[in-house]
Design a protein around this ligand. Structure first.
Ligand code: GAP
Length: 448
């Protein structure tokens, strides 16, 4: 079943409306690198905030962490990334394009049909040098996952947070992978952001917690408006498990190029803590004083990509429809994800309308991310707000000057209601929470 929108439309909307631009565009761009524009940065922040809220703030068994991108090289030897974080690479002997051997069919170059070299293992970690002298001793790696920063801080966090197990440590941050075949817009890039939770549990309870987190993470996307029929779960076969994993499920999404991984939820067992204890010489176990037990915890890891989630939310929200004989493109983004919550649109730039429109903007902007736009026709301005997914537009017209009322237009239903300026923020607040709001109650307050 193909997705309802092709990727070109998403890429074009992102460029046209300021979600995502090609990186270093004026120099011709840099392969697989993208910049988030004014509305893209808001959407991305909202995705991260939605994750942090449910994964950290709304739980008493999870704390946050923010660790450095460059870490001691010993970390990557212990974690197995130096030896095992590799993909099989083949190169075309004619056009010299490089491919991931397991991602192509047949033995010929998919581009020119040329002969391919034998596969060799290619390490995906970016290397750089720390310090002014480029010598072997100063080689460091850019982290390919944020998880290792969490494992090496396990002891610090347990001691300072005074929490008992099960305990989760969450982190959002940049990761880097020298992918052989990046592509599909922001789906697979060489620099991306991870949202990772390492949830430390008592061995023997790990399978129960894996089930729990698989369900939680699947539901998170549904709660944020992704259609259930566009999501599915897939368990990894034994032959595709990462070197650290005992078991793993992918939440897959029906992207324009087909079903692909959106997030992985893995049971990492005690692989990482055991490895770091062995290689660092520091004991990394947990002492349960009440039960009089000591053990190396197992770890359940829900690991999601921020950029890939952004793409899924965009694709899922995208709709083209016909309204009164005209084509309308709209993003039905969940209110909590929408980059702009409300747009203030005076009917025209007429100087009589400006003071009231500015007053309305001033009222709203401390509470919601608010846009003010008075250029071009009102129709064009509605179209722009629909395309960036703004749930509500507030229009100020000449009648507003008389009756101090404005019109709220809803993005999804296109319904319009007229409400007093006084108390407008309460109406918007209720509507953003999805509550019905009876504007007559406002009149009652106001006319007293
Ligand atoms: N710590 C475990 C881990 O990193 P992963 O399956 O390699 O697991 C988790 O990555 C998630 O990170 C993926 O499901 C995807 O959303 C995102 N991700 C991984 N590689 C990516 C890339 N090259 N570009 C964008 N997102 C990526």
């Amino acid at each position: 079943m193909p997705a309802k929108v092709d990727m070109d439309k998403i890429v074009s909307l992102c460029k046209r409306r300021g979600f995502v631009f090609p990186s270093s565009e004026i120099y011709g761009g840099l392969a697989s690198c993208w910049d988030y524009g004014p509305v893209g940065v808001e959407l991305k922040r909202n995705v991260k905030e939605a994750w942090w809220k449910v994964m950290v703030h709304e739980r008493d068994d999870v704390v946050g962490l923010d660790t450095s991108i460059m870490m001691h090289p010993g970390v990557w030897a212990a974690s197995g990334h130096i030896d095992s974080f590799t993909d099989p690479l083949v190169e075309c002997k004619s056009c010299h394009l490089r491919w991931r051997a397991d991602a192509i069919e047949g033995k010929k170059c998919p581009k020119c049909g040329g002969e391919l070299t034998e596969p060799r293992m290619f390490n995906l970690m970016f290397k750089t040098s720390m310090g002014p002298v480029e010598e072997e001793a100063s080689t460091v790696y850019l982290r390919p996952e944020t998880a290792q920063g969490i494992f090496v801080n396990f002891e610090n966090v347990v001691t300072t947070s005074r929490k008992k197990l099960p305990l989760g440590i969450a982190q959002i941050g940049k990761s880097f992978r020298n992918e052989i075949t990046p592509g599909n817009f922001i789906f697979r890039t060489r620099e991306f952001e991870h949202m990772e939770l390492e949830y430390f549990v008592k061995p023997g309870t790990d399978e129960k917690w894996l089930d729990y987190w698989v369900k939680e993470r699947f539901d998170w996307y549904v709660r944020l408006g992704v259609k259930k029929e566009n999501l599915r779960l897939r368990q990894h076969g034994k032959d595709e498990l990462a070197h650290y994993a005992k078991d793993c499920y992918d939440v897959e999404y029906l992207f324009p190029m087909g079903w692909s991984e959106l997030e992985g939820i893995a049971n990492r067992g005690d692989f990482d803590l055991t490895q770091h204890a062995k290689c660092s010489g520091k004991e990394l176990s947990y002492r349960d004083a009440e039960a009089g037990e000591k053990y190396v915890p197992y770890v359940i890891e829900p690991s999601a990509g921020v950029d890939r989630s952004v793409l899924a939310f965009l694709v899922d929200a995208y709709e083209e429809e016909e309204v009164e004989g005209e084509k309308r493109t709209v993003l039905h983004l969940h209110h909590s994800l929408a980059p702009i919550k409300v747009a203030v649109l005076p009917l025209s730039r007429n100087e009589k309308l400006t003071p009231l429109a500015k007053e309305v903007f001033k009222r709203l902007c401390p509470r919601f991310v608010t846009d003010y736009d008075d250029s071009q026709s009102i129709g064009r301005r509605y179209r722009r707000q629909d395309e960036i997914g703004t749930p509500f537009c507030v229009t100020i017209d000449f009648e507003s000057l008389e009756d101090k009322q404005v019109t709220i237009r809803e993005r999804d239903s296109l319904a319009q209601i007229r409400v007093p300026v006084e108390g407008l923020e309460k109406v918007i607040e209720a509507k953003l929470r999805g509550e019905a709001f009876d504007a007559s109650t406002l009149w009652a307050t106001r006319q007293k």
